[in-house]
Design a protein. Structure first.
Length: 87
């Protein structure tokens, strides 16, 4: 077997964890979220044709509602400006 295996449950880089925290802070600031709101940031991989290789998905859960923002880029490439533009 010569194809690389991408384990979605494998260890992630410490930089990715820090970047997720940074994105969560930006989301909280940009949306003026209260403390009880839940923000989730994940990077997904896709190997299908016409699919970006990496996608960053942000979920905001508050007051029984869930909102999702998908950015067709790796988490490390997300900036505050791109996030603000997607909102």
């Amino acid at each position: 077997m010569n194809s690389p295996f991408n384990n979605p449950l494998g260890r992630r880089s410490p930089n990715l964890v820090a970047k997720a925290g940074e994105i969560k802070a930006w989301i909280r600031e940009l949306l003026a979220l209260p403390e009880d709101a839940v923000v989730s940031v994940n990077e997904l991989s896709c190997s299908l044709p016409d699919c970006p290789p990496k996608e960053t998905v942000v979920l905001v859960m508050h007051d029984g509602e869930t909102s999702q923002v998908s950015l067709h880029m790796a988490m490390e490439d997300v900036t505050r400006a791109t996030l603000a533009g997607a909102l």
